[in-house]
Design a protein around this ligand. Structure first.
Ligand code: FES
Ligand code: MG
Length: 571
């Protein structure tokens, strides 16, 4: 018992131990406090996070496993972020959710934690929290929803919303048909079924080694998810006994593996800011350039929307994550561990591809090079990214005149104006959408195209923005431009009519304006006037202390770990 952290609360016969125990006696046996590991279930179930609403059931299975292995399960509801509901963007609250979870894990008599997440920001915030408190921690990803169909055709969550709404604006789909598809989009419990951010982060949680191997990608309604949750409950008790903490499980090799998997899966660009932020909590040196270097030459093997055709249920049926990883096993760090104490690569030899339409073999990839490309230039001195797998090949090298928007409101007000001076070669530039500017770095970078060009059949244009884009989106979008315009980045000084050159192969994004002239220009007044200026609360703290997208958009004061020690008693 003396070894358990929770013994600092529960052991002994003094007044404080009495208080800590007495209030917890709500029908549990007295032995619950006699040297048994206290396991929190950090549970992001919430009716306002519909993708996570089933996690209470998952938690019940986790609890059974914990009791069975001799631990004591404790449900800990955490700040939960529903990607589709939260304004101005769930990303504004990711770091707050991480901070709140970290502090509650530290403040309470907890020896280990099971992290239940699903919807986009929930797994990243939980992993950031676990890294900063450094208690043994394991993720159960909530899993994707089943495939819904509309008029006989599968609907991809998110991706098909973007596609169908563009069809309406192009005049090729009726508004009624669009509305009719709404009730078909979400077929079951679970998170988005495309290779969006939730799918990506659930799978990468496993690649990082933070899930029971073989769990990520199981559809949310699949009975096997509950069985895995039960086993995870048993595992966390073992992890506590072995002191298998995030600082011992996660290494730079784990992050290299995640970057390789991100490329092979065709995963979300949002994984870049999330992985950088998690690494920052662990003190593991990971940079934007690592995404380009480590991911270089990794082929795209998974034919899932938005880069391809299929959906998460298909990926699982086709062999799942392990079948994909087995194809690139020679690239993986062979020593990177999992929460079981064994390396990730130990779990791959049995994996097989059952459907080569969905998971391609290494010899017949969908694309030879699928990694995130990191661009630099006078428009993005600290970097910007593009996902070539989701872009149009003919636009990867492009020169066009900028059409600049000073805010998302400015964009919406003018984009469909028939008088707007824009053609298919123009480059749409949107600024003031970075972490500080919006605030929170929303998913607005995949700007809808001008209706008049959609009607002419244009389906993609080069777009440049300091915000993010939904992991379910596609297009030739240069995003996460750093420094952001609101932090004085050169994006604030671009003018409509400037020539913009994108050259993905050369990893460049530039405007044809001499540096002295660019430096001499004043930042756009309209953009500056439109920036958020919160005066109190989290938003004020966020804007004051958030760092750039190029380092993960964490708060400066939340970098690193404080460990799990608590200095003082409460009485
Ligand atoms: Fe929750 Fe897509 S909205 S995962
Ligand atoms: Mg999203």
């Amino acid at each position: 018992m003396a070894d358990l952290r929770s013994a600092q609360w529960y052991a002994g016969n003094d007044r404080n131990a009495y208080i800590h125990r007495a209030w917890m006696r709500r029908g549990v046996p007295g032995t619950a406090f006699e040297g048994r590991p206290q396991i929190a279930i950090a549970n992001s179930a919430s009716d306002l996070t519909p993708c996570n609403s089933h996690l209470n059931e998952v938690a019940e299975s986790v609890k059974q496993g914990i009791w069975e292995a001799g631990g004591v399960p404790l449900n800990l509801p955490v700040v939960s972020l529903g990607e589709t509901q939260v304004r101005p963007t769930a990303m504004l609250w990711r770091n707050m959710a991480a901070m709140a979870t970290e502090e509650m894990l530290r403040a309470n008599p907890i020896d280990g934690v099971v992290l239940l997440g699903g919807c986009d920001k929930t797994i990243p915030s939980l992993l950031m929290a676990a890294a900063s408190v450094d208690l043994p921690a394991v993720v159960v990803p909530g899993g994707p929803m089943l495939t819904g169909t509309f008029r006989g055709v599968p609907l991809g969550c998110g991706t098909d919303v973007w596609r169908l709404s563009e069809e309406v604006r192009a005049g090729t789909l009726s508004e009624q048909a669009f509305m009719d598809s709404e009730s078909s989009m979400i077929r079951s419990r679970g998170h988005c079924n495309t290779m969006g951010t939730a799918s990506t982060m659930g799978l990468l949680a496993e690649v990082l080694g933070t899930t029971l191997p073989g769990t990520a990608g199981l559809p949310a309604p699949d009975s096997r998810l509950l069985a895995r949750a039960h086993e995870t409950g048993r595992l966390i008790v073992e992890m506590v006994a072995e002191e298998r903490r995030p600082s011992r499980v996660l290494s730079s090799g784990s992050f290299r593996n995640a970057i390789i998997a991100l490329a092979a899966l065709g995963g979300s660009t949002n994984a870049v800011v999330h992985l950088l932020a998690i690494a920052g909590r662990l003190g593991i040196p990971l940079t934007l350039d690592d995404f380009d270097e480590v991911g270089a030459g990794v082929p795209l093997l998974v034919d899932l929307q938005p880069a391809g055709r299929h959906l998460m249920e298909d990926l699982h049926r086709a062999g799942g994550l392990h079948a994909v990883l087995r194809e690139v096993v020679d690239l993986l760090d062979q020593d990177a561990l999992t929460v079981t104490g064994r390396p990730l690569v130990d779990y791959l030899p049995e994996a097989q591809i059952w459907d080569r339409e969905v998971i391609r073999g290494r010899g017949e990839p969908l694309q030879g090079e699928a990694g995130i490309a990191v661009l630099r230039g006078n428009l993005a001195p600290q970097g910007a990214i593009i996902k070539p797998a989701a872009a149009s090949p003919h636009l990867l090298r492009h020169r066009g005149r900028a059409v600049v928007f000073d805010s998302i409101e400015d964009f919406h007000a003018r984009i469909d104006d028939p008088e707007l001076d824009v053609d298919a070669d123009s480059v749409l530039v949107l600024r003031g959408c970075g972490p500080k500017g919006y605030p929170g770095m929303p998913e607005v970078s995949n700007m809808p195209l001008p209706a008049k060009l959609l009607k002419e059949g244009v389906r993609d244009m080069v777009r440049v923005c300091d915000g993010r884009m939904s992991g379910t989106a596609y297009g030739t979008v240069v995003l996460h431009v750093a420094p952001e315009a609101a932090a004085g980045g050169p994006l604030a000084r671009v003018r409509t009519g400037d020539w913009v050159t994108l050259d993905v192969e050369a990893r460049r994004i530039d405007i044809d304006v001499p540096q002295e002239e660019l430096d001499a220009r004043a930042p756009s007044q309209a953009m500056t006037d439109g920036l958020a200026r919160p005066r109190r609360g989290w938003e004020e703290l966020y804007v004051r202390t958030v760092m750039g997208a190029d380092t993960g958009a964490d708060q400066d004061f939340l970098l690193g770990s404080s460990g799990h020690e608590v200095s003082r008693e409460s009485h």
